[in-house]
Design a protein around this ligand. Structure first.
Ligand SMILES: [Zn+2]
Length: 314
């Protein structure tokens, strides 16, 4: 795969655009589209998708009893609560890019009808084996999925990975969301404080796996291009957001390691002590950042303004 033009509007960067970009390495530069202002990872070298996803943070492990799993559950339960408020007690939920199935498992527990789409075989198998979920592993580009229309379609940390996010999102929503349905989208926030302070070392930059680096404007514009309108936006995540700020704070005091790798594989007492000191600071900073719309993530709930307004208590 290559990425030689803007994923949203297909405009190619000019020489000045490339020169002014943020050079991550010899092969990858983050550029700002001269037409639509979207920031994306530009690369003309051929990169094997299989190769780049061999990274530690994408390794599938059973961490169901870990602190990370508990943080994730806490975060997702808040989303399940919001869905209940907006869509009633037994909505049909399609989680696109369902990963190991954590979010869907909580939806199922809450009595929702669930379906996942996950093309990574080991992740899909994990969700089937441990949570007994129905997961479609086929590659999706357009068309109606079995079980459509759904009352809710969720995409957690999916759109930043796609080289043509607009095409996929438009097809997915048009063909699979009920007329009064709700969409939940979460992506990293390139304009967050943790991103600005960490620069090239931001945990959620994740080049070249992240092709799109969304701002509030660019993700809203993508959602609105499908005829949907945001009904609620939040910027705080006690999982990805907090972890990102913690990594940024560790970087500011000189830590240069791979936090995810260290926490998964090493039992380093000095690192744990440092985290013990910086975690409360990171929590306060990330909470304040979120109040200013500068938290590490952007989570948007959106619906069709012409169909769902009477049912949505925004
Ligand atoms: Zn563009």
């Amino acid at each position: 795969m290559k990425q030689a033009s803007c994923p949203l509007c297909s405009t190619k960067p000019d020489a000045l655009g490339l020169e002014n970009g943020i050079k991550i390495s010899e092969d990858f530069t983050i550029v700002t589209c001269r037409k639509c202002d979207h920031r994306y990872t530009y690369f003309v070298v051929n990169v094997s998708e299989e190769e780049i996803y061999r990274d530690e943070r994408y390794r599938v492990i059973d961490n169901r009893n870990s602190i990370f799993d508990k943080m994730l559950s806490f975060e997702y339960k808040r989303v399940v609560g919001k869905i209940k408020q907006r869509c009633g007690s037994e909505p049909g939920v399609l989680d696109f890019g369902s990963g190991k199935g954590k979010f869907l498992s909580l939806c199922k527990e809450a009595g929702f009808r669930t379906k996942g789409v996950e093309t990574s075989g080991p992740r899909a198998d994990f969700a089937r084996k441990f949570y007994h979920l129905e997961i479609d592993s086929n590659y999706y580009s357009k068309g109606k999925l079995l079980g459509a229309p759904f009352d809710v379609i969720s995409l957690f940390h999916v759109l930043e990975h796609l080289s043509k996010p607009k095409d996929l999102f438009t097809n997915l929503i048009r063909d699979n969301l009920g007329r009064e349905g709700l969409v939940v989208v979460e992506v990293p926030n390139i304009d967050s404080w943790q991103s600005r302070w960490a620069g090239k070392n931001w945990l959620q930059l994740d080049v070249p796996r992240h092709i799109n680096h969304f701002s509030q404007d660019s993700i809203i514009s993508l959602i609105e291009s499908c005829g949907l309108h945001p009904v609620e936006i939040s910027y705080f995540s006690s999982h990805v957001g907090l972890l990102g700020m913690l990594r940024t704070c560790l970087g500011l005091v000189g830590y240069k390691g791979d936090l995810i790798h260290s926490l998964k594989n090493e039992k380093s007492i000095p690192l744990y002590l440092l985290i013990g000191v910086l975690l409360p600071v990171s929590t306060v900073l990330e909470t304040v950042a979120s109040l200013f719309h500068r938290g590490g993530i952007i989570r948007i709930y959106a619906s069709n303004p012409h169909a769902g307004e009477n049912n949505v208590d925004s």
